[in-house]
Design a protein around this ligand. Structure first.
Ligand SMILES: *Cc1c(COP(=O)(O)O)cnc(C)c1O
Length: 410
């Protein structure tokens, strides 16, 4: 008899986006002429930039000719991309890494979910709340999160609330935690951590022998000076942190699939006898066993984002979304709403007026303004009383949505 991994049975079905779709469809069925605009999407909409498209065409032509065809590539990724990453994402920030510390992935979701394989099942984990669900769910699957309580919290997870009350700056836990997940710029709140705040986390990790898994998927959206683009800008971070990057939101690669994970050589975890075990060779071993590399064409596409044309074109798309974010932020603020994020991230986190529940606000906005948002409570208990809006739509839709919301709330 094959026994199932019962930890999977503890996972709630991922109802959030299905529930939203159900409610939107019910509305459309009863209002067939309404033109619904979604500010709920967490996916990019701008097409790939020309530099990337040209690189992909060239790579395809190489694959089509016997002399230049490529089969399996290195599990860790091609040297050309790892070098380009070093030279463009780290050296200009004074971060000196070795190419062997960079592992090309097929998107940050895989590695943020897989990295927990390197540590024992009985480590404790800490997350900011609200949170990107992958971090907790991947730990539930292996039995590390414990059991889910009636309050919606897992018994072996330490929650660090991020709300207007603490200006979305999470407090250090009052006890030691083995592993902490941080995502900055943050999805869903769109907020960032200034350098001195991130430094507190690195120092906490150094002092408590804690591992930090740092998700930098939205790094390209940072506009403000003084906001770290990488946790390795902070002294000591290489001893405690793994960092995840993705070209998905940076360059519209959600359908292409490419990103990278940094596992520094100095990073270690303890064996039961106290011996320090470097995680870089462990991750390398894991990848060589379970991963056969990101496609050559995707890696050439990623490389093209670092050419002068590529950089300018990628920035153009980011600027496009950030203009939408600025429009949403200014409009909602002028209506008297408390709006967070949207300055260094494509997400806006809006407090519902009068303490209204997330779902109730969602429904009212859908029925009265025909605009879709994402109820904040779907991202964790501290998300109740907030909704998330995204800047990933078209400029016209964004302007029209703001006009409708203005009319509705006035
Ligand atoms: C979109 C997103 C990612 C990137 O996922 P990919 O697998 O690279 O497409 C990673 N982390 C967060 C928080 C995200 O929102």
């Amino acid at each position: 008899m094959a026994l199932v991994n019962e930890h999977f049975l503890k996972l709630p079905d991922n109802y959030l986006f299905a529930d939203i779709a159900k409610k939107v469809n019910a509305f459309k069925a009863t209002h067939p002429h309404a033109d619904v605009i979604s500010l709920g999407i967490g996916d990019v909409t701008r097409p790939l930039c020309p530099a990337v498209v040209e690189a992909m065409h060239r790579a395809t032509d190489e694959m089509a000719a016997g002399a230049t065809f490529r089969g399996y590539g290195p599990e860790q990724g091609y040297g050309f991309l790892r070098e380009a990453i070093l030279k463009n994402d780290f050296l200009p920030r004074g971060i000196h890494l070795d190419t062997n510390e960079i592992f090309i992935n097929d998107g940050a979701k895989s590695d943020t979910g897989n990295i927990q394989e390197l540590v024992r099942w009985d480590n404790s984990i800490g997350v900011t709340d609200p949170i990107y669900p992958v971090y907790i769910d991947s730990n539930v699957m292996i039995g590390r999160a414990g059991l889910k309580g009636d309050d919606g919290k897992w018994s072996n997870v330490v929650y660090m609330p991020c709300t207007a009350g603490n200006n979305f700056v999470p407090q250090l836990p009052d006890r030691r935690v083995d592993i902490i997940y941080l995502c900055y710029p943050n999805n869903p709140t769109g907020t960032v951590l200034p350098k001195d705040e991130l430094k507190k986390w690195v120092n906490y990790a150094l002092k408590n022998d804690t591992l930090i898994f740092f998700d930098a998927a939205y790094e390209a959206y940072i506009q403000s000076p003084g906001i770290p683009h990488s946790i390795y800008e902070i002294k000591g971070a290489r001893k405690v942190a793994v960092e995840f990057h993705s070209y998905s939101k940076t360059a519209g690669f959600t359908g292409i699939r490419c990103g990278y994970t940094v596992v520094p050589k100095e990073l270690t975890a303890a064996a039961l006898d106290g011996e320090r075990i470097p995680l870089n060779p462990l991750w390398n071993r894991r990848q060589c066993t379970k991963f056969n590399g990101t496609s050559y064409i995707s890696q050439r596409a990623a490389e093209a984002t670092y050419t002068p044309e590529g950089k300018a074109q990628v920035k153009e798309a980011v600027d496009y979304y950030m203009r939408n974010a600025g429009t949403i932020r200014a409009t909602l603020r002028s209506l008297g709403l408390d709006v967070y994020g949207g300055v260094d991230a494509p997400y806006l986190w809006v407090k519902t007026p009068g303490g209204m529940g997330s779902w109730r606000f969602f429904e009212q906005m859908l029925y009265d303004a025909h605009v879709v948002c994402t109820p904040g409570v779907g991202f964790g208990p501290s998300g109740e009383g907030y909704v998330r809006l995204t800047a990933f739509g078209s400029e016209d839709d964004c302007a029209e949505a703001m006009a409708r919301i203005t009319k509705w709330l006035r």
